[in-house]
Design a binder for this molecule. Structure first.
Ligand code: ARG
Length: 459
């Protein structure tokens, strides 16, 4: 059994159970590349400050390059006895290069080291998430472009409300995802600050140059308070909150896809590669992927609750509680990235059924508001016109027809203000065309938004 970095202080080793209970190497080894990157910057800064010799720096650089290669090739033997990624790497370095390896930890603690590792990892992760958010938005914008004129019922309370275009509906999700990407970029600003130099909690007695380390690692700035830098994980909570919102948005879209694919609705079909069958019912084709996205949104929101609860009540500065930040954080990122990747592909594989969408619009009195607006434009106060149209809808319902199917004479029984120009606004297309302002569902507005998004996504 390897002896610990702190074994001088203790009279007996920890029990086997305590060892596995306290070890994090099985999951934090994922930070290894960032741990090495941070160590190399720290060592270089120490050498420039005259704390490490040039020979020590060279030895550290050579040793770390070998260790990195071993890790990448899967040759590195991780030891639970060495607790975490930091001590595994440091011990291997010392085995390779001797005393220079033992000097690496000068002016540093695992507390500022791990905070730095997580930030480096999260910065790279956020960049990946943003790239996938852009890709998914692009696939939705493509769908919107192809369906800028496709009429579908817009719903409130899941009841047919007014005609919209399928393109407009897709662009609603593009707006959500655009804000999600913006949120991620905003979180990144607060992630991208350097904790190193805070050491255990109070800073260090060595003549360090934190701005230099920050520069070497591409951080925008250094954390300005050592106690805060080693203890808070608010940046990880923020990321998980932003990730939860992405998942919630995709859960809503998933719910709609599932509904639209139900034979009772039949608005879309999802490509077979995203569906599965039933082991008993031969006819079945189930929308498993959207259902799982809906389910996995709960998992990510759960991680948000876990992380924020982990943080509450922790006194300053570092506490071992914080070791529990990694699994939820990693799983949040993995779940989110896989979801975004699969979603971009799935949306490209959707078959839209415009006839079914249009038929649904014609069954739901979706242009009743258009008739009310028409009467207002002829001089009737809106509340009166609402009443007139309600009576017309009730009558049409008894006849089993849409209001657009009523004769002009019949419509005029409800209001003498109605003329034969009414039919232009009672069709779904007429209804859409009139909502021609920024944010409206008119096809030319949808096309204008598509163009705006394309410019934004390219930039
Ligand atoms: N594995 C630890 C973590 O993830 C590293 C920091 C440990 N620091 C300490 N003082 N025990 O938080």
């Amino acid at each position: 059994q390897d002896s610990h970095a702190w074994s001088g202080r203790f009279s007996e080793p920890v029990s086997e159970l305590v060892k596995t209970y306290t070890a994090s190497v099985n999951f934090d080894k994922r930070l290894a590349e960032f741990d090495i990157q941070g160590s190399l910057a720290h060592a270089q800064m120490l050498a420039e400050a005259g704390v490490l010799s040039a020979d020590d720096l060279t030895a550290i650089q050579t040793g770390m390059a070998e260790i990195l290669a071993d890790i990448r090739e899967g040759r590195f033997a991780w030891s639970v006895d060495l607790e975490d990624v930091h001590m595994n790497v440091e011990r291997r370095l010392t085995d390779k290069i001797g005393d220079a390896g033992k000097r690496l930890h000068t002016g540093r603690s695992r507390n500022d080291q791990v905070a730095t590792d997580i930030r480096l990892w999260l910065r790279a992760t956020i960049d990946t998430v943003v790239a996938h958010l852009v890709e998914l938005q692009t696939s939705l914008v493509d769908l919107a472009d192809a369906h800028a004129d496709t009429v579908m019922p817009g719903f409130t309370h899941l009841q047919v409300a007014q005609p919209v275009t399928f393109g407009h509906h897709m662009l609603a999700y593009v707006e959500m995802l655009a804000r999600d990407a913006e949120r991620m970029q905003d979180v990144r600003k607060r992630v991208n600050r350097l904790p190193l130099g805070s050491a255990a909690l109070a800073g260090t007695t060595f003549p360090i140059n934190r701005l230099r380390t920050a520069e070497l690692l591409g951080f925008d700035d250094v954390c300005q308070n050592s106690l805060d830098a080693v203890s808070d994980r608010d940046f990880a909570i923020e990321f998980t909150a932003a990730a939860s919102l992405v998942m919630v948005h995709l859960s809503r879209l998933s719910e709609e896809l599932i509904l639209w694919m139900s034979p009772r609705v039949g608005f879309i079909d999802i490509a077979d590669r995203f569906c599965t069958g039933s082991s008993i019912m031969p006819q079945k084709k189930n929308p498993d992927v959207p259902e799982l996205v809906r389910g996995k949104s709960g998992r990510v929101v759960g991680h948000l609750m876990g992380l924020i609860t982990l943080m509450k009540s922790q006194p300053l500065a570092y506490n071992k509680d914080n070791q529990e930040d990694k699994e939820p954080l990693f799983d949040t990122a993995d779940t989110l990235i896989d979801t975004l990747r699969i979603y971009a592909d799935m949306m490209r594989g959707i078959t839209v059924k415009p006839e079914a969408m249009r038929a649904a619009v014609l069954q739901g009195f979706a242009t009743a508001t258009d008739l009310a607006d028409y009467l207002v434009k002829k001089g009737l106060p809106f509340r009166d016109s609402h009443e007139v149209v309600a009576l017309a809808v009730r009558y049409a319902e008894t006849q089993g027809v849409d209001i657009a199917d009523l004769s002009l004479d019949k419509l005029r029984e409800f209001s003498a203000l109605i003329d034969d120009d009414v039919f232009a606004v009672l069709t779904p297309e007429g209804s859409l065309a009139q909502r021609d302002h920024v944010g409206g569902t008119a096809p030319n507005q949808v096309r204008a938004q598509v163009a705006r998004h394309r410019v934004r996504l390219a930039g």
